[in-house]
Design a binder for this molecule. Structure first.
Ligand code: AMP
Length: 542
């Protein structure tokens, strides 16, 4: 027998309508390339989104069309999110940090109809123009700041808005309609598209708002530093609207400590979200200037493992609690969240718990399996391939017919993890980065966490390099921060007693810079290439 509740479709249009009706005067503040301090209200924002949706229709865009963006976090990008998704089109955010050939591949694969771009990416698009097939371009600025351009069929964003009808009638959508598209960064092979439905995004937004997750409310001021081109800024633009929180968008100034601290203090930001390098940039600036950020209460850190030194400094010097979160493009992206741990626990226990990636949010289940697919125990020790299933997890990649799931319906994340009896998950590696020494696995992330905690270390990476006896052995690669002389042997000795003896890297080398991927993660693939002929200088006894 079926339940007899109303079958109302869950769509982002409802999120927009809710915010416009109930929080019309809540503010959205942005830094943009053409205005360092733009501010307006939700009501104005959604009125302009209606104008934009109507203008998009006049440009010939229809339901299901991919409307792409190459843009930073600001109010125009926010308007485009809602204008495209809520009119039945698909908001396709593109990461401008990808290689140009990857961007061209993505645009063609997605068959983008119109590309919205910040002025600074116009030259990039011009360089790609004979490789891509797009009907129109829209530069996200006003008339005064429109750049000269060789692109065909270019429009000015503010002119489009002015031409649109603010009484645009939003269509009734089905919750299973696609709302947004994002490509994985594709460190191996071509990037793959992940198409999000309205339903997945609405349920995901609910989950992200829970008290043990972002815990957002109308009294919060939220600054998403995580780019809007990276898994919809972890869905903050929807979650904030659902609860009526004030939003602060940092525009192109995402890793600029000065702009970030100024925005935090002037707009009284209470919560922010970004990758660990953002927190590092902010802390470095605060240390250099002695500036404090009293309004900020908590930050969410994800994308890669967060070193303890960052959590410690944020909390001890600024009373800011850093929550670690884990997720991925294929998961909309939320997987796990590390909620506040009890202060009644001994400090060492608190630290150990906080370094974990957290517990799954309700709506996501986790399991770890061995190479044959057998489930491994949740004992906090066994590591295996991390698989997930849930309400907002991918089933197949965009335009692919075959399922992305295992025969029994789980998605293999490509991460290696432990699960403990209390539900905490700890990422120990990516499957392709795991170091296999003498048939056993060594966690590169654990070793990196230890290394970046040392004085004088700015960044550390550990990779497996071929070894005649052990198959592979860990090589530690360090960027110094210049504050201290460092000796490779001293660094290696510092691991003793902290990790199993056979985990200790055989060698430590210093480099000026560690390569990063377009989403800011350490590029182990590049490092492995760079150090493939490394000559070992030390031996270990296993
Ligand atoms: P992306 O799809 O670009 O968001 O990348 C997802 C991947 O980033 C995950 O599969 C993990 O390998 C990594 N990742 C995300 N969050 C964390 C975290 N808190 N700790 C360690 N790795 C993470």
């Amino acid at each position: 027998m079926q339940g007899n509740m109303m079958q109302r479709q869950m769509t982002l249009t409802d999120v927009m309508r809710h915010a416009r009706t109930n929080y019309p005067n809540q503010e959205i503040v942005s830094v943009t390339a053409d205005n360092p301090a733009h501010r307006y209200t939700y009501k104005e924002s959604f009125t302009r989104a209606a104008q934009l949706a109507s203008a998009l229709e006049k440009l010939g865009a229809n339901a299901g069309d991919r409307i792409a963006s190459l843009a930073w976090n600001d109010y125009r990008h926010f308007e485009l999110y809602y204008a495209s998704s809520c009119s039945g089109m698909i908001c396709h955010t593109i990461n401008p940090r990808l290689f140009p050939e990857q961007i061209a591949f993505i645009i063609n694969h997605a068959e983008d109809k119109i590309i919205f771009t910040d002025s600074m990416f116009v030259p990039l698009l011009e360089a790609l123009s004979d490789k891509i097939k797009v009907e129109a371009f829209v530069v996200m600025t006003n008339k005064e700041n429109m750049p000269e351009s060789k692109l065909a069929n270019v429009h000015c964003y503010e002119d489009l808005i002015a031409s649109g009808d603010e009484n645009f009638s939003w269509p009734e959508l089905n919750e299973n309609d696609a709302a947004a598209l994002c490509y994985t960064s594709g460190t191996t092979g071509n990037p793959k598209g992940v198409l999000y439905s309205h339903r997945a995004m609405v349920i995901h937004s609910y989950a992200s708002l829970l008290p043990d997750v972002f815990d957002l409310s109308a009294t919060d001021v939220v600054m998403p530093i995580v780019p809007m081109f990276h898994v919809n800024a972890w869905s903050i633009p929807y979650g904030a609207a659902a609860v009526g929180a004030k939003i602060v968008f940092p525009g192109p100034k995402m890793a600029d400590g000065e702009t970030l601290s100024k925005l935090i203090n002037e707009e009284k930001v209470t919560i922010s979200a970004g990758v660990p390098t953002v927190w590092l940039a902010l802390l470095t600036y605060l240390r250099q200037t002695g500036i404090n950020i009293p309004s900020l209460q908590r930050v969410v850190s994800g994308g890669s493992a967060c070193p303890w030194s960052i959590m410690e400094e944020l909390e001890q010097k600024h009373d800011v609690y850093l929550h670690q979160a884990w997720g991925m493009t294929e998961m909309t992206p939320l997987g796990t969240y590390n909620a506040r741990v009890s202060t009644n626990l001994p400090p060492e226990k608190q630290k150990a718990l906080r370094l974990k990636q957290g517990k799954p949010s309700f709506g996501v289940e986790l399991r770890i399996v061995d190479e044959k697919g057998n489930e491994l125990p949740r004992d906090g020790v066994a590591f295996g391939a991390l698989q997930v299933r849930g309400y907002w997890i991918i089933e197949r990649y965009f335009k692919q017919t075959e399922s992305a799931l295992t025969a029994d319906g789980w998605f293999d994340t490509g991460d290696v993890a432990t699960l403990d009896p209390d539900g905490y998950m700890t990422i120990t590696d990516r499957t392709k980065d795991v170091i296999k020494s003498g048939g056993e696995w060594i966690s590169s992330i654990e070793l990196e966490n230890q290394a970046v905690a040392l004085d004088g270390v700015a960044e550390a990476a550990v990779i497996g390099v071929l070894h005649p006896k052990w198959d592979e052995r860990p090589l530690l690669i360090i960027v110094k921060d210049g504050s201290k002389e460092l000796e490779p042997n001293e660094i290696l000795a510092s691991f003793e007693g902290k990790v199993a003896k056979w985990w200790i890297p055989n060698d430590c080398v210093f480099v000026e810079e560690i390569p990063h991927t377009a989403t800011g993660k350490i590029s182990k693939k590049d490092l492995r290439e760079q150090f493939q002929n490394h000559q070992w200088t030390q031996e270990i006894e296993k």
